[in-house]
Write a protein that binds this ligand. Structure first.
Ligand code: NAD
Length: 283
């Protein structure tokens, strides 16, 4: 049997249609021009691409996406001052800080300067802590995209054996909390995991985001597993994920492709989060 290939672009389109309706409602009922500001420090070709996709999506739903460009060697204090100005600016309804940051800047300090009510990515300690305790409001976009994909397939994770290959602050850790909140049995693997196959081959749902092409070969996957590939790796002129798609699709029951899987849903989820921070500003 060949797996059902999940169409991430279709899921994203549905999310964006709802966002567009919400923004239209906000604009017609409140005298505001929804504005999300991204702080960009230096430049990075990969994050520039993501930014362009997000800007295009914002434009389509009627959100103004502003950029605040700072030099690569900007001081930490200047970044903090800029965020504090955006926090109190009534014309700004959400704040992003574009990753990766130059090495001389302390990520935690910068992220935690963002007012949690304007924290579009849900990365502040406040929003992460609330999520961990089951008070889910602004959820980081990539884990949220994984949840949307599962929900779209009407897949109930309760009691399911789920393996996540990623333990980063933006993917694996928040996703673990979200799945535990839904009563899944979650195992988290990472670069130091001694025997990856021992875990992945028992997973009813396998979510991988290592950024290592062909890390997940068919022998690592349980028959009929739901395989979600978060990884994005640029290889010459194309993009691939962690999963050896061609062989794994013959054993999985459902699988997300790269490109066209988690990526577009993540962009759509970032816009859904924007509607939340915009609503925070008008409540
Ligand atoms: P990261 O480098 O912070 O984390 C990578 C994770 O993979 C770590 O937990 C690491 O221990 C693990 N890992 C690396 N090599 C491994 C190996 N050989 N075996 C087992 N585990 C291994 O990266 P990140 O920011 O979490 O992003 C991870 C991947 O997801 C990247 O490819 C990134 O481009 C992609 N990504 C995709 C989206 C999306 O929307 N689809 C969003 C964010 C990140």
């Amino acid at each position: 049997m060949t797996a059902k290939v999940i169409d991430g672009r279709k899921i994203a389109k549905n999310i964006l249609e709802n966002v567009a309706k919400d923004i239209k409602y906000i604009k017609s009922n409140y005298q505001i021009k929804p504005n999300i500001t991204t702080i960009i420090i230096g430049s990075n070709p990969e994050s520039d691409l993501y930014l362009r996709l997000r800007d295009k999506a914002c434009n389509e739903v009627g959100i103004i996406s502003s950029h605040l460009n700072l030099a690569e060697d900007v001081s930490e204090q200047k970044v903090i001052d800029s965020i504090n100005e955006l926090n109190i600016d009534e014309k700004v309804h959400g704040i992003f800080v574009q990753f990766p940051l130059p090495k001389h800047l302390a990520i935690d300090k910068i992220i935690n300067t963002i007012d949690p009510s304007k924290d579009v990515e849900g990365f502040t300690s406040h929003n992460m802590g609330c999520m961990l305790l089951g008070e889910e409001y602004i959820i980081p976009c990539t884990p949220l995209a994984v949840l949307k994909i599962l929900e779209n397939e009407k897949y109930d994770v309760k009691g399911k054996d789920i393996v996540i290959v990623n333990h980063s602050n933006i993917v694996g850790k928040p996703l673990t909390a979200l799945l535990l909140n839904r009563n899944a049995s979650v195992s988290v693997c990472h670069i130091f995991t001694k025997n990856l196959k021992q875990y992945t081959s028992n997973a009813e749902v396998l979510i991988t985001g290592a950024g290592v092409p062909k890390l997940i070969t068919v022998d690592l996957v349980k028959k009929d597993a739901f395989v979600i590939d978060v990884g994005i790796v640029k290889k010459e002129d194309r993009v691939c994920g962690d999963v050896d798609f061609e062989s794994v699709k013959d054993i999985a029951s459902k699988i997300t492709p790269v490109p066209g899987g988690v990526g577009p849903v993540t962009v759509a989820c970032s816009l859904e989060n924007m509607t939340k921070t915009i609503n925070n500003c008008i409540d």
